[in-house]
Write a protein that binds this ligand. Structure first.
Ligand code: GLU
Length: 346
């Protein structure tokens, strides 16, 4: 009997110790308030015969699978759209950025969490980073496996994302992207693996931009952005893609060049003429590391009227060019945005 009592006392102590160690991560005071904006992605996907379909399940259903979230934050949510992020566009980015600004400025919330597909997560994060003017944390979270998979990874990513944004040190950072146990910042994040459960990685960027920085990009009165396309480079590439963008009236073209942002002679000549005619041409690279700079390369950007992308990828260069073109067409000013980031322009 005595032995049983000892066992009972020991078990009680163990349970209490375990409970108190779990509690360390939760809060004694009122829980932080997190507003969730759902946009779709595989985290809201369901399985099909050939694989899965993104953007099928509501945020309400997704959250029901992770009751543990309520230990860390008081949550509310809205379904903003429900799409695969390959369909994310400026017509969603603009109202999304306005909505995030509105939520954070309402004073009712401590952070915003956005569910999103991983295909273009880095683009949305970068766009929001340039257009949100509040230091409170904003995090995008996605998954690789659909919501109904037996080994769905969305719940763990959601938990990690909430745990990340309720911490005091999450304030004043760049917009973040969360997948699995990892968190990446908007400027550096890029998807570098099509199938891995850890598909995001980071590249180096010259400039760091916490999203409370005064970027000078105010989108409240904007209903659309200037059209900017990306043409992909290859050896001896033709001018067909460049021509198509010019003929469609695009205001800017980012060329994802080979190596150090190089173009074939035909593409170079065509792009130089387009630049003379007022189309902004940004030279970027299909190579993920190293960036493209005017200094030390093969292309005379000053003479040809091009802009070097610096450390930005083609997809992020496109976003910066769209935002800059909504404010100015002065090529020197645009060049300086790419070279130095946005701080000098606020
Ligand atoms: N097409 C999906 C999307 O980006 C793929 C992957 C994902 O969600 O992770 O929405």
């Amino acid at each position: 009997m005595k032995h049983r009592l000892h066992c009972f006392a020991f078990l009680t102590l163990a349970v209490l110790l375990f409970a108190s160690s779990c509690k360390k991560e939760t809060f004694d005071g009122p829980l932080p308030k997190v507003h969730i904006i759902a946009t779709g992605g595989t985290i809201a996907g369901t399985s099909t015969d050939i694989g899965y379909e993104a953007g099928k399940v509501s945020i309400e259903t997704i959250l029901q699978a992770v009751p543990e979230l309520t230990r860390y934050a008081e949550l509310d949510y809205e379904q903003f759209c429900n799409i695969g992020s390959q369909d994310m566009s400026e017509s969603i980015w603009l109202p999304l950025a306005k909505r995030v600004n509105q939520v954070l400025e309402s004073g009712k919330y401590d952070a915003v969490l956005i569910t999103h597909g991983t295909d273009t997560m880095e683009e949305t994060a970068f766009f929001l980073n340039l257009t949100i003017h509040n230091p409170k944390p904003v995090i995008l979270v996605g998954s690789i496996r659909p919501s109904d998979a037996a080994d769905a990874d969305g719940p763990a990513s959601l938990l990690k994302a909430v745990q990340t944004i309720v911490k005091p040190n999450a304030v004043g950072k760049e917009v973040m992207c969360c997948l699995g146990s990892k968190v990446y910042e908007a400027g550096a994040a890029f998807k570098n693996d099509t199938h891995s459960l850890d598909p995001l990685s980071e590249t180096s960027v010259d400039w760091y931009l916490p999203h409370n920085a005064d970027t000078g990009f105010f989108i409240d009165n904007l209903e659309e952005l200037p059209e900017v396309g990306i043409a992909y480079g290859y050896g001896s590439n033709s001018t067909v893609a460049l021509e198509a963008f010019v003929n469609a009236g695009y205001k800017g073209i980012v060329f994802a060049g080979v190596g150090d942002g190089n173009l074939s002679q035909a593409a170079l000549d065509f792009a130089a003429q387009a630049a003379k005619n007022g189309v902004m041409i940004v030279r970027s690279s299909r190579v993920p590391y190293g960036g493209v700079y005017t200094e030390g390369g093969e292309v005379d950007d000053e003479k040809l009227g091009f802009i070097a992308s610096g450390s930005l990828s083609p997809q992020k260069s496109r976003i910066l060019l769209m935002l800059v073109l909504s404010a100015t067409r002065d090529i020197d000013v645009i060049r300086s945005y790419f070279r130095q980031g946005v701080f000098d322009h606020a």
